[in-house]
Write a protein that binds this ligand. Structure first.
Ligand SMILES: [Zn+2]
Length: 161
């Protein structure tokens, strides 16, 4: 047979073989080919590693009250007010563009009292940016956008002369 990798023919045989799905006749042909072809042999060996890892992976068993405890945890870590939630990312100068946008948008909302935030939280801490952090910042951005669209009665700017 032609080499499946070099000739681009029957490449799916290699995948099927690695997954143990190839029929006996083709398996024999492919095995004979691989004896002479290190490229295909290595490809199959690598695929086998992946399949082995997948077959050995078992999800841990969840205790019956896992969800309850998880939601309890989530409740516990929730910031006390939306102000705190919005402002927290602002004190981290390493949070990239998203936070910069947030800063600009936040200017609109910042005349709201900054409840519970002492001045020394503004001392910048250098941290690496986790994807999760960026995601949260984007969530906050979305929330600010919604806030900006909500007319507020007590801002003083909308009062008639
Ligand atoms: Zn080959």
């Amino acid at each position: 047979m032609n080499c499946p990798i070099r000739s681009q023919e029957n490449r799916e045989w290699l995948l099927d073989y690695s997954a143990g799905r190839l029929d006996r006749e083709r398996t024999a042909m492919l095995e004979r080919h691989m004896e002479a072809c290190p490229v295909c042999a290595r490809f199959v060996a690598e695929q086998r590693v992946v399949w082995d890892a997948l077959s050995q992976w078992e999800s841990p068993e969840l205790s019956p009250d896992f969800n309850r405890r998880l939601y309890h945890k989530i409740d516990q870590v929730q910031p006390s007010s939306w102000v705190e939630r919005v402002l927290r990312p602002l004190w981290r100068p390493m949070v990239p563009v998203a936070a910069a946008c947030l800063l600009i948008l936040a200017g609109v909302a910042l005349h709201t009292p900054t409840a519970g935030l002492s001045p020394d939280t503004s001392h910048a801490r250098v941290e690496s940016v986790e994807p999760e952090q960026v995601e949260r910042t984007l969530d906050d951005l979305q929330m600010l956008r919604e806030l900006a669209l909500t007319p507020q009665e007590h801002t003083g700017t909308t009062q008639p002369m």
